[in-house]
Ligand binder design. Structure first.
Ligand SMILES: Cc1cc2nc3c(=O)[nH]c(=O)nc-3n(C[C@H](O)[C@H](O)[C@H](O)COP(=O)(O)O)c2cc1C
Length: 222
């Protein structure tokens, strides 16, 4: 057996690891008119709860070969059009977003017994929108974007550090431009589900869905 943590051991039976969900529920009358407002309500409670990176979310994509792929990214903006994230446009995720035009987001706020799932269409932001966010990034993050060919194989860490040093030299004494290969995506949802954990696994799942341009809500069995 290989020990991988304080209590988790490879091969260990986790069937007895379970938590009770004693939180207040979620019902139609609690919900905002649209999922974006509802998301903002929940997000402000998540922030107040002191989460580290409360805006971390799992972005799921699908490849041309049909294989799914998922990774964490940061939500950077939300408005009535969608959920915005930033990345490298040549990365694996970007290729999959561009090719399929489809994405799913999952927010997991287990301490509050909450989950939000988003399904929608992925579109690139305009250059102006990406420039606007780029200008707010710390210089080190900007240089990192120049140094990393995200998702490609590198022989060792030294290669990355050399690329970073080269970027520092290139941009010495001036503002760092946004690379053409870096920018944002907007995920424009047609389905957003709010999940609230409840006792006895009778969790609340309320799902907004776009119906003829207007948001409707349905309850799904947990
Ligand atoms: C908490 C967290 C936040 C992250 N945020 C971002 C992000 O906003 N953009 C990004 O490109 N990668 C982010 N990453 C790294 C991605 O998870 C991933 O490793 C990287 O984008 C390459 O993914 P890909 O090869 O599937 O394209 C984050 C990772 C973690 C753990």
């Amino acid at each position: 057996m290989v020990r991988v943590g304080g209590w988790l051991t490879v091969g260990m039976d986790l069937s007895m690891v379970r938590e009770a969900y004693e939180t207040a529920g979620l019902d139609f009358g609690d919900l905002a008119e649209d999922p974006f407002t509802q998301f903002q309500w929940w997000f402000s409670e998540v922030e107040a709860a002191g989460y580290w990176e409360p805006n971390a979310m799992v972005l799921s994509t699908v490849g041309a070969d049909g294989w799914p792929s998922a990774r964490n990214v940061l939500l950077k903006r939300i408005n009535a059009d969608g959920f915005v994230l930033f990345t490298n446009y040549t990365s694996d995720k970007a290729v999959e977003l561009d090719t399929s035009g489809r994405a799913s987001l999952t927010f997991s706020w287990a301490e509050l017994r909450r989950q939000v799932r988003v399904v929608g269409v992925a579109e690139r932001l305009s250059d102006e929108e990406s420039d606007g966010y780029w200008a707010t990034r710390p210089r080190g993050s900007q240089l990192g974007a120049w140094a990393s060919d995200q998702s490609t194989v590198v022989p060792d860490r030294a290669t990355l550090e050399t690329a970073f040093t080269n970027a520092e030299k290139r941009w010495t004494g001036r503002d760092v431009d946004r690379p053409d290969h870096w920018g944002g995506y907007r995920i424009c949802p047609h389905r957003v589900e709010f999940w609230q954990g409840r006792p006895d696994r009778l969790h609340d799942r309320l799902c907004y869905y776009l119906d003829d341009g207007a948001w409707s809500v349905e309850r799904r069995s947990p």
